[in-house]
Ligand binder design. Structure first.
Ligand SMILES: [Zn+2]
Length: 135
């Protein structure tokens, strides 16, 4: 049986992130009080608990903080294996779970600390997924 890939369901707190991605812009929530970025989006700053948040455009650059090469796909991802699940540390500080694309999913091609940049994959008419590639 062929499964469909699950899609993100934007919520009031994450909608600006998905709308930014739809326009191929990486937006991050930032606290107006302590001026630090965070991710994932939420109602309060995780650093100082302020609700005084704004959205800022991120550089789209970061480094590979951790990764795994997945050979046992979740339902819907059977055609993609092997693929790289990555934790990317953004220049602004937050870390984001994503996929590393446009790279051979081989351990000898990947190294912690490699510089990466965002790319945008339009999945549907409204949903775009930010992914990352080596830069
Ligand atoms: Zn804060």
């Amino acid at each position: 049986m062929q499964h469909q890939k699950p899609l993100p369901l934007p919520t009031p707190e994450t909608r600006p992130f998905w709308e930014g991605a739809h326009h191929h812009t990486l937006l991050l929530p930032r606290c107006r009080d302590c001026r630090r970025f965070h991710f994932y989006p939420r109602a309060f700053c995780p650093h100082c608990l302020s609700p005084n948040l704004e959205w800022r455009q991120a550089s789209g650059r970061g480094t590979l903080y951790a990764y795994g090469i997945n050979h046992r796909p979740a339902p819907g991802f059977e055609a993609d294996v092997p693929y790289v699940i990555a934790l990317v540390e953004l220049e602004e500080g937050p870390r984001m779970v994503t996929n590393l694309v446009d790279v051979d999913p081989e351990p000898d091609r990947l190294r912690i600390g490699l510089p990466v940049e965002v790319v945008f994959e339009d999945v549907t008419a409204t949903i775009t997924l930010p992914k990352f590639r080596l830069r």
